[in-house]
Ligand binder design. Structure first.
Ligand SMILES: [Zn+2]
Length: 342
């Protein structure tokens, strides 16, 4: 019988300090050339071991070989000029200098497939691989070519589908698309956001997930959260259509968030990765706090469809904090597993 409440993480985990500056987004690499390539592989193995030691069931590469969850993928594509930068407003929230789309976008070679094969060789456990979603990709670029968010999203969806099919062939069990932009542009999500994601997963036999969060624990995000009021109902806008979609799993932010748990009823039938670890604080949750969040979620998610998870990626956290949080996640899940068995 399959293990109940398999634990997982939303995505990134901290990198070792010999590979990149800790506690920093877009942290520059500390190695170059062949040393960097070898260093990324060592960090991937280390990250896997840390997840295993913490008792995580569905493991990942901890995103050790990428500088950023969106830009690293885009860097490998043709049509985007990283020298020509423009300042744009990201997620309708903060300004950032981003690369420019100058001609038709395309993928000439695989981006993460070798890394996925390397991870697959090292474990029999189910593995999950994260890719950026189309809407979040276009929201992190200046488009001087298509001049249409929707058109560019469809182009990225085709490219993501090529990559996803090769990741599946490399033995990835779950392919996850990160779409924090889904929490901001509700009309676009319903008009074409979910449709482009379905294009990205076309023909896949492995499980597919979409991760929708309130962002890393950086100041622009925590300031934004303060403006959202006592009840965060953003998910309500997009859940009905997501429930009808072909995606298998929805990954959500539930720990210390003001998302009313009953909104999960709107995606009943889907698997839910319930965020039970807050990534915006260094305070490590107790197993009982994790268990409490999972119990609340179980009112609206069937037990065989619930995966305890983190709210978002943990790249910006100190390593010992991330390790402690992973252990708390496992221990909290185990408390609830025993309750369900009893
Ligand atoms: Zn996230």
């Amino acid at each position: 019988m399959k293990k109940l409440l398999p634990t997982s993480t939303a995505g990134s985990l901290p990198k070792p300090s010999w590979l990149a500056q800790p506690e920093t987004l877009w942290s520059p690499w500390k190695l170059e050339g062949d040393e960097l390539a070898a260093g990324k592989q060592d960090a991937l193995s280390l990250s896997l071991q840390e997840q295993q030691q913490a008792g995580i069931d569905i493991v990942s590469d901890g995103e050790q070989s990428r500088q950023h969850f969106v830009t690293t993928f885009i860097e490998h594509l043709d049509g985007v000029d990283f020298e020509q930068r423009e300042t744009v407003r990201i997620r309708d929230r903060y300004d950032a200098s981003v690369p420019t789309v100058k001609s038709a976008v395309s993928r000439q070679k695989p981006v993460f497939v070798e890394d996925a094969k390397f991870l697959r060789q090292q474990t029999q456990q189910p593995i999950k691989w994260a890719l950026p979603g189309p809407m979040t990709m276009i929201d992190t670029l200046y488009d001087a070519h298509y001049k249409s968010r929707e058109k560019l999203a469809w182009e990225f969806a085709k490219i993501l589908n090529q990559e996803a099919k090769e990741l599946e062939a490399a033995g990835v069990d779950i392919i996850q698309f990160d779409e924090p932009a889904f929490n901001v542009f509700f009309d676009e999500v319903n008009d074409w956001g979910i449709a482009t994601l379905e294009r990205a997963i076309e023909g896949l036999k492995c499980e597919t997930a979409v991760h929708i969060c309130y962002g890393y624990g950086i100041k622009a995000n925590t300031d934004w959260k303060k403006t959202l009021g006592n009840e965060w109902r953003q998910y309500e806008e997009i859940f009905p259509k997501l429930q009808q979609s072909n995606l298998d799993i929805i990954s959500l932010e539930c720990q210390n968030s003001r998302v009313p748990m009953e909104l999960l009823e709107l995606v009943r039938g889907k698997k839910v990765m319930v965020g039970a670890i807050d990534v915006a604080t260094h305070t490590i949750e107790t197993p009982e706090q994790v268990a409490d969040t999972l119990r609340k979620a179980l009112q609206f998610v069937d037990a065989d469809k619930l995966c305890p998870c983190t709210n978002c990626g943990m790249a910006p956290l100190p390593r010992h904090v991330a390790r402690g949080k992973l252990q708390a996640l496992s221990a909290g899940a185990e408390i609830v597993r025993r309750e369900l068995a009893g």
